[in-house]
Ligand binder design. Structure first.
Ligand code: FAD
Length: 485
């Protein structure tokens, strides 16, 4: 069967991976890339798949959700992962690459492929040729962004993200916090961390002193009032936060019977409530500062951060409203969106978006089965996040992959009468079991797609890691995955 090519706009992490996957399935590609003719403020070279900032693709261990995502990508035949491993530089437990070697090799592979036609130049409107994939990233050029906004509604295309931190449920001190919605309206969906006056003053002083990420010149003073970094509010006056995200009105601490001086409210990030978002605490503090400052909040002294806050330039769509699960625009059939502009965050997640979009679209064009990845996998978790209604006031926000994007392990069967209560599984073991489950399910999905899994060179099956761990020694009772209440 001769097929018309798929037009892919943007040769970054997502576009390059999508192009490679389409061609592996046998569908030709025209890849449009505007650099070097038109530049962005962050890209400096002219190669495809440029890493614009850090050279790290983050943790490689299967105990990290991003480690699992990388392994899944590798097994699914990701070109980004294959080249990254070849260009690897020492980085402890992370996968970091020689950025120039990485982009050069990606470019050479793609340009040399007879099925991919790389066309230089800026694309200023959504192509009439369908299907097409928009993979123009966080710095999508203005003309195309304006055209997309016109089609989807300007209110559904963001130019900045405002990300609040997420903490794991089992790292919250449940003896300090309580569940209540303001004025007891609706269900008790919020978890409240109370601060007395002295605790608020200490917190505020720490916020004001904390080291912040410096804005790029073009970003200065462009914050929207609805999603200000909370430390900008703190700088406006000592009481501003008390009228903003820390306002205590309508709340009574059941342990004191009084309204606290200030609160920090948390809201569940996933249906199973394994992770909580600090509502309104989008932040530009540096990550170590965030850890230190947020741990001053009563109830969060031992918080484990699954994601830190951020506010930066980022063109992205309100994915849950605009995209179906195959990343196709509901309003424009045949127009697909992949990578950061589709609402994921990070190099690896963007490559994953490109891989999914490329494989599934190409297979549909070839009339072959194209099931979505299982929700237990990290690849499936990315789709879950993109389809989930937003919990943040500022609307849908892009996210790195976290364990909160995949369902928790099922609870163990209740003990037989007279048997001990199951022990709570250690976090490390829980994640390894989740990785084990994911890779098992991935195998079935890859089988359905006719793809032979290729484990990465550093792959250690999670079951082997568990077997080597002390925690796998026989226990007195069964193990449970239960998180905090
Ligand atoms: C300043 C900055 C720093 C970042 N630092 C990190 C980091 O350290 N780690 C991390 O994981 N992520 C980081 N990110 C996020 C990072 O951009 C993404 O993780 C990843 O590069 C997104 O992949 P992508 O393919 O969606 O977009 P990109 O990799 O940006 O690729 C998009 C491509 O589309 C091209 N393009 C844009 N518009 C058009 C057009 N109209 N016509 C034709 N071509 C077009 C661009 O030139 C670019 O090559 C950073 C982002 C920014 C803006």
């Amino acid at each position: 069967m001769t097929l018309d090519p798929i037009h892919i706009i943007g040769g970054g992490m997502a576009g390059s991976e999508a192009a490679w996957q389409c061609i592996q399935q046998g569908v030709p590609v025209v890849l449009h890339e505007m650099r070097p003719t038109v530049k962005t403020f962050a890209h400096t070279g002219q190669d495809l798949a440029e890493l614009v900032c850090s050279n790290s693709m983050r943790g490689a261990s299967l105990m990290n959700a991003v480690g699992l995502l990388k392994e899944e990508l590798h097994q699914a035949g990701s070109v980004v992962m294959r080249v990254a491993h070849r260009c690897r530089v020492p980085a402890g437990g992370a996968l970091a690459v020689d950025r120039e070697a990485f982009s050069a090799e990606m470019t050479a592979l793609i340009q040399a492929h007879p099925g991919i036609d790389v066309v230089p130049g800026e694309v200023t409107t959504i192509p009439e040729d369908r299907p097409c994939i928009l993979a123009t990233g966080p710095l999508t050029a203005d003309a195309l962004a304006a055209d997309i906004a016109q089609h989807v509604g300007a209110e559904h295309l963001a130019y900045y993200d405002a990300i609040a931190p997420i903490v794991s449920a089992d790292s919250i001190d449940w003896d300090v916090v309580w569940r209540q919605s303001r004025y007891d309206k609706g269900t008790a969906d919020y978890v409240n961390c109370p601060l007395d006056r002295a605790q608020y003053d200490t917190f505020l002083a720490a916020v004001l002193e904390a080291e912040k990420v410096q804005s790029k010149a073009f970003e200065k003073a462009k914050y929207f009032e609805g999603c200000l970094p909370f430390e900008v509010m703190a700088e406006r006056g000592p009481r501003t936060l008390l009228y903003g995200p820390m306002k205590p009105v309508g709340l009574t601490n059941p342990r004191t019977g009084k309204r606290p001086h200030a609160v920090v409210q948390l809201r569940a990030e996933d249906q199973a409530a394994t992770a909580y978002n600090l509502v309104g605490f989008q932040s530009r503090m540096k990550w170590p500062a965030q850890k230190e400052v947020f741990r001053l909040i009563p109830g969060l002294e031992k918080a484990e951060f699954m994601r830190f806050g951020a506010v930066h330039r980022n063109t992205f769509l309100q994915a849950p409203i605009l995209l179906d699960a195959t990343m196709q625009l509901n309003a424009l059939p045949g127009v697909y969106v992949a990578g950061q502009i589709a609402g994921v965050e990070g190099y690896v997640e963007s490559a994953a978006g490109g891989l999914l979009c490329g494989i599934l679209l190409a297979r549909r064009l070839l009339d072959q089965p194209a099931p979505l990845p299982p929700e237990t996998t990290a690849l499936g978790g990315l789709i879950t996040h993109m389809q989930r209604p937003p919990v943040e006031k500022a609307g849908y926000q892009p996210s790195n992959i976290t364990w909160a994007h995949v369902p928790p392990l099922p609870p163990p069967a209740p003990p037989e009468p007279g048997q001990p209560r199951p022990k709570k599984m250690k976090k490390r073991d829980r994640y390894l079991h989740m990785a084990d489950r994911a890779l098992g399910d991935l195998k079935g999905w890859l089988g359905d797609l006719g793809i032979d899994p290729t484990p990465s060179p550093i792959f250690i099956p999670p079951s082997d890691t568990l077997a080597a761990s002390d925690h796998a020694k026989p226990r007195s009772g069964p193990v449970t995955s239960e998180a905090a209440p």
